[in-house]
Design a protein around this ligand. Structure first.
Ligand code: FAD
Ligand code: NAI
Length: 464
C-alpha cells in the first residue's frame, strides 16, 4: 500500500533533481521530490557552486581593495578582513537560494518528501517510514567526495570542500591535494585571504580536463599570485594533530619521500557517484565500472520506469549539465523530444583570471586525428582588458580545417565564464569561425577577443 501516488518521484533536489521536478510539474505531471537534507538545492546550492562563488567573489573584492585599487587611483585606508562577515554573506546567499527552490516547489505544486528515499520496488520508494508509488522514478542523488587512502577527512584539520567553505580562521599554510576545479577555487579563496597555499597534484599539469595551453598559463598566473605547486607528486599519508597535519609526499613516478607541514589540508581529488542507501540492489539497477548508474541515451536505467541524471551518471560533474539532463528527461516523460547536446557544455573555473572552455581541446582533436585550424588572441591587445588592468590570458578558437565549423573555444581571462556563453551558443547553432568573426561585437568589450580569435583562425585578426 502506498501513502500517495505520483506520475514522477525525483530522488534528490540538486540542480538535476529540482530542475527536473519543476519541468515535470510545468508539463502537468504530478510530481514529488525526495530530499534528506534540511534544505533543498543539493550539493550545488548548499555546499558547492553557490557558497564557493560567494567566497570567491568576496575574497576577490578583499584582494582588490588591498592590492589593486591603488593602480586605478582609488585610495583606500588599511584594508581589514572580517571573516565572520564574509561567512555571513556566504550563508545568506545559500539561504536565499535554497529558500528560492522551496518557493519554486510550492509555486509549481511539487511535494517535498522529507527524508532519505529507498526503493522497495521498482515503482515504490520508502521515505521516513511512508511508501510512495510512481509511474516514473528518477534518481538524481548526486555525488560525494572521492576518498584517498592514507588521508582521512575529519572536516577538522583534513577537510573536504565542505570543510573548506567553513574554516574557523585563515590558515597559515593550506595544502590542497588535487589541482582541479575545487583545489584551485578554494585554494584561491584562502590565498587571497592571507594563507600560504600549496597545491599537490598527481599529474604533471593542473586542470587535466582543460586545454593544455590554458592549464600551463593558468599555473603560471596563479603561481605569480603566490600559489605554490608540487606537480607529479602523490600524497601517501597524512597525520592530523590538534595543531595541524603532517603529510608524506612522494614523486608520482617513484623516488624519495618528503614531509610537508600544514595547518589545514583540503582533499579535492574528484567526486564519486552517490548510490549507497538507495536500495538499488533490491530492484537490480546496474552500475558501471566506476560506480555510476548505467543509463541509455534517454536516461533510462536497465529497470523499467527508473531513470537517472546528473552527477550519478556518466559525464562532467557540473550543475548545468545536470540541469539540462533534468529538463530533457522531464520533456521525454511528457511525450516531447528532450535532448542534451554534450558537445556544447561549457566548463568554467572561477579563479582569477577565470578559465572557461567549450567543445574539444587541442589534445582531444590531435588524439582523434581531426584536422583543425587554430586562432588565438591575447587580452594584452584588447582595449577593455587594458582599461580593467586585466590583460592576463587569451582566447583560442579551434575550427575544422575544411569546413571551418567551430570545434572548441578556450578562454583564460577576466570574466571568461561569462564570455564562454556566446561560444556555447555559437557551437549550439553549428557556427563556423567565420560566423563569429562576422558577428558585430560591441566595443569596447572583452568579447571582442572572441571575435578577433575567430578572425585569427583565417589569419586576419585586426588588432594584433
Ligand atoms: P547534487 O547537487 O549532489 O544533489 C543530490 C541531492 O540528492 C543531495 O541534496 C542529496 O542530499 C540528495 N540525496 C542523495 N541520496 C538521497 C536519497 N536516498 N534520498 C533523498 N535525497 C537524496 N558545478 C558547476 O557547474 N559550477 C560550479 O561552480 C560548481 N562548483 C562546485 C563547488 C564545489 C565545492 C562542489 C563540491 C561542486 C561544485 N560543482 C559545480 C558541481 C555541482 O555541485 C554538481 O555537479 C551538481 O550539484 C550535481 O547536481 P545533482 O543534482 O546531480 O546532485
Ligand atoms: P577535479 O576532477 O576537478 O580535480 C581533481 C584533481 O586531483 C585532478 O587534477 C587530478 O589529477 C588530481 N588527483 C587525482 N588523484 C590525486 C592524488 N591521489 N593526489 C593528487 N592529485 C590527485 O575534482 P575536484 O576539484 O575534486 O572537483 C570535483 C568536481 O566538482 C569537478 O570535477 C567538477 O566537476 C565539479 N566542480 C566544478 C566547479 C566549477 O564548475 N567551477 C567547481 C568545483 C567543483
Amino acid at each position: 500500500m502506498s501513502d500517495a501516488t505520483y506520475d514522477v518521484i525525483v530522488i534528490g533536489s540538486g540542480p538535476g533533481g529540482y530542475v527536473c521536478a519543476i519541468r515535470c510539474a510545468q508539463l502537468g505531471l504530478k510530481t514529488a521530490c525526495v530530499e534528506g537534507r534540511e534544505t533543498l538545492g543539493g550539493t550545488c546550492l548548499n555546499v558547492g557552486c553557490i557558497p564557493s562563488k560567494a567566497m570567491l567573489y568576496a575574497s576577490e573584492k578583499y584582494e582588490e581593495a588591498r592590492d589593486h585599487l591603488g593602480a586605478f587611483g582609488v585610495k583606500v585606508g588599511k584594508v581589514d578582513l572580517d571573516l565572520k562577515a564574509l561567512m555571513a554573506h556566504k550563508d545568506g546567499v545559500v539561504k536565499a537560494n535554497t529558500g528560492g527552490v522551496e518557493f519554486l516547489f510550492k509555486k509549481n505544486k511539487i511535494d517535498w518528501l522529507k527524508g532519505w528515499a529507498k526503493f522497495t520496488a521498482k515503482d515504490m520508494v520508502e521515505v521516513a517510514g511512508k511508501s510512495y508509488k510512481a509511474k516514473n522514478i528518477i534518481i538524481a542523488s548526486g555525488s560525494d567526495v572521492a576518498p584517498l587512502k592514507g588521508v582521512e577527512v575529519d572536516e577538522d584539520r583534513i577537510v573536504s570542500s565542505t570543510g573548506a567553505l567553513a574554516l574557523p580562521g585563515v590558515p597559515k599554510h593550506l595544502v590542497v591535494i588535487g589541482g582541479g576545479y575545487i583545489g584551485l577555487e578554494m585554494g584561491s579563496v584562502w590565498r587571497r585571504l592571507g594563507a600560504e597555499v600549496t597545491v599537490v597534484e598527481f599529474l604533471d599539469r593542473i586542470l587535466p580536463g582543460m586545454d593544455g595551453e590554458i592549464s600551463k598559463q593558468m599555473q603560471r598566473t596563479l603561481g605569480k599570485s603566490g600559489m605554490k605547486f608540487k606537480l607529479a607528486t602523490k600524497v601517501t599519508g597524512a597525520k592530523a594533530s590538534k595543531k595541524g597535519v603532517s603529510l608524506t609526499l612522494e614523486p608520482a613516478r617513484g623516488g624519495d619521500s618528503e614531509t610537508l607541514e600544514a595547518d589545514y589540508v583540503l582533499l579535492a581529488i574528484g567526486r564519486k557517484p552517490r548510490t549507497e542507501g538507495l536500495g538499488l540492489e533490491a530492484i537490480g539497477v546496474e552500475l558501471d565500472e566506476r560506480g555510476r548508474i548505467k543509463t541509455d541515451g534517454h536516461f533510462a536505467t536497465n529497470v523499467d520506469g527508473v531513470y537517472a541524471i546528473g552527477d550519478v551518471i556518466v559525464g562532467p560533474m557540473l550543475a548545468h549539465k545536470a540541469e539540462e539532463e533534468g529538463v530533457a528527461l522531464a520533456e521525454s516523460l511528457a511525450g516531447q523530444k528532450g535532448h542534451v547536446n554534450y558537445e556544447a557544455i561549457p566548463g568554467v573555473v572561477y579563479t582569477w583570471p577565470e578559465a572557461a572552455s567549450v567543445g574539444k581541446t587541442e589534445e582531444q582533436l590531435k588524439e582523434e586525428g581531426r584536422e583543425y585550424k587554430s586562432g588565438k588572441f591575447p587580452f594584452t591587445a584588447n582595449g577593455r582588458a587594458r582599461a580593467m588592468n586585466a590583460t592576463d590570458g587569451f582566447v583560442k578558437v579551434l575550427a575544422d580545417k575544411k569546413t571551418d565549423r567551430v570545434l572548441g573555444i578556450h578562454i583564460m581571462g577576466a570574466e571568461a565564464g561569462t564570455m564562454i556563453a556566446e561560444c556555447a551558443m555559437a557551437m549550439e547553432f553549428g557556427a563556423s569561425a567565420e560566423d563569429i568573426a562576422r558577428t558585430c561585437h560591441a566595443h569596447p568589450t572583452l568579447n571582442e577577443a572572441v571575435k578577433e580569435a575567430a578572425l585569427a583562425v583565417d589569419g586576419r585578426p585586426l588588432h594584433i
